[in-house]
Design a protein around this ligand. Structure first.
Ligand SMILES: Cc1cc2nc3c(=O)[nH]c(=O)nc-3n(C[C@H](O)[C@H](O)[C@H](O)COP(=O)(O)OP(=O)(O)OC[C@H]3O[C@@H](n4cnc5c(N)ncnc54)[C@H](O)[C@@H]3O)c2cc1C
Length: 437
């Protein structure tokens, strides 16, 4: 019998568990450990609440989660309740699937002013992440700046622009639903250092902005290269740019405007005791396609700044780490191979924060194959889940099982607001209480 611990129950964690099942059949026991009492990582706490069809992908992981040889161990923080060296003693292999939950810092003067928020915190706030429930972002201001030209920036801009009616059918948490309903924000700037051809926004998400109930996107066609150049783009990117061009013909007849500021590099944030404006330098592209400053500056008046410029994996003591790339040091997912306890990584903790949910799948399969090769001649001498239970028991850690999670989920469904599929618990204590033990 092989014993494998997967740390993290997001997409990368569950795809790894699935791959291990396929690799070893009944000859493996997998413990999927998560610091949260609820599974699925960013599917619950990152993917936008008005994108329920994407969140539904978690149903695919249920089959794996409910099989006899895979166990969910929620409410266990690796690094506090149990360490990686301890897990390596207990399991034949340990896979880090811890994601990249920390915001990359903006790193400009004024980025510590009240009203300047990282996207992990802002997205966590509207998705009910326990650590960010008390964020209380300033929505009593006329304008917001969203820094970044990827899908996370689009999510944030869209959530700020939607009417309460447009959240019907979403699982946005009550505190965010109420606050956004009372928001005074009328202008939402989305800033990117480069131009329309360099965006990292997918067509579906971009196209949505053209159909909002009370908001209209605005672009300046001066920022675009000649239309013929679009033919050089790969098809997905071309479609995104086509949507952007179409925004230019929309009539600005709605209460809110989403303004695309291209070639805009944030220099500093100014304000008396809180963010009041973002000072931006106009850029141009150099021969290599990099943004270079032109020296021309302008101010974007805004009382809320949300930076969506990427994420980092927090280091774990004793695990080799690449500081500049913000992820674990690894070669093809292997941190340290070895029959006496190999250490591997998958998903955002392996590659950094890019790609969709499905991009994490091959990682799990690749690592399962490597584990099989590393354990070919050995394995079966570790105590696995029995050892973990003894250790956690001795430390008074209360483990949350997948059945517990199903009870939490049922309790959330039972308290759903009208029109919402569920009303998520926000506090860890509420989640633990809803297990009904
Ligand atoms: C705001 C946002 C919106 C997104 N929207 C989409 C979308 O619409 N469509 C799409 O395809 N992709 C989307 N993505 C990308 C997608 O969410 C990621 O590709 C995917 O979640 C990465 O999977 P992961 O398993 O590596 O990390 P995560 O999903 O982050 O999972 C990591 C897990 O590890 C746990 N963990 C971390 N540290 C520890 C520890 N020390 N001990 C125990 N457990 C720990 C965490 O609690 C978490 O459950 C979005 C991402 C973001 C940030």
């Amino acid at each position: 019998m092989r014993h494998v611990a997967v740390i993290g129950s997001g997409p990368a964690g569950y795809y790894s568990a699935e791959a291990l099942q396929k690799q070893f059949g009944d000859d493996v026991r997998v413990d999927v450990i998560d610091r949260m009492p609820v599974p699925y990582g960013l599917i619950r706490f990152g993917v936008a609440p008005d994108h329920q069809s994407i969140k539904a992908v978690s149903r695919r992981y249920e089959k794996v989660a409910l099989s006899d040889n895979v166990r969910f161990c929620g409410n266990v923080l690796v690094g506090r309740d149990v360490t990686v060296p301890e897990l390596l003693e207990l399991y034949d292999a340990v896979i880090l699937a811890t994601g990249a939950p920390n915001d990359r810092p903006l790193g400009i003067p004024g980025d510590d002013l009240p009203g300047v928020i990282g996207s992990a915190a802002f997205v966590g706030w509207y998705n009910g992440h326990p650590e960010f429930a008390g964020l209380d972002p300033p929505l009593d201001v006329a304008a917001a700046a969203v820094i970044g030209n990827g899908n996370v920036a689009l999510d944030v801009a869209r959530i700020l622009a939607k009417t309460p009616h447009e959240f019907v059918g979403s699982d946005i948490v009550a505190h965010a639903f109420g606050a956004l309903g009372n928001s005074a924000i009328r202008r939402i700037h989305v800033l990117g250092r480069r131009g329309p051809h360099q965006i990292a926004m997918t067509p579906k998400e971009l196209g949505e902005l053209g159909h909002l109930e009370d908001a209209v996107p605005e672009v300046d066609l001066e920022d675009f290269p000649p239309a013929l150049d679009d033919a050089l783009l790969e098809p997905g990117q071309r479609k995104s740019v086509t949507y952007l061009r179409e925004f230019a013909s929309l009539t600005p007849d709605k209460a809110r405007t989403i303004v695309f500021d291209f070639f805009a590099r944030p220099l500093r944030i100014e304000g008396e005791g809180r963010a009041e404006r973002l000072i931006v330098e106009k850029t141009r592209l150099d021969d290599r396609g990099a943004a270079v400053g032109t020296g021309e500056t302008y101010a974007v008046e805004c009382g809320l700044v949300v930076s969506c410029i990427g994420y980092k994996t927090p280091p774990i003591e004793g695990v080799p780490y690449e500081e500049d790339r913000g992820r674990f040091a690894n070669s093809g997912g292997v941190i340290e191979a070895g029959p006496n306890g190999g250490l591997y990584c998958v998903g955002w903790a392996r590659r950094g924060p890019s790609g969709t949910i499905g991009t994490n799948r091959p990682d799990g399969y690749e690592v399962a194959e490597k584990i099989a090769a590393d354990l070919a001649a050995v394995g079966g001498r570790k105590s696995g889940r029995a050892g973990l239970d003894t250790l956690l028991d001795s430390r008074g850690v209360e483990l949350v099982t997948f059945r517990d999670w199903q009870r939490i989920e049922a309790a959330e469904a039972a308290r759903a607001r009208a029109g919402s599929p569920r009303e998520k618990f926000v506090a860890i204590e509420e989640m633990l209480g809803a297990r009904g033990r």
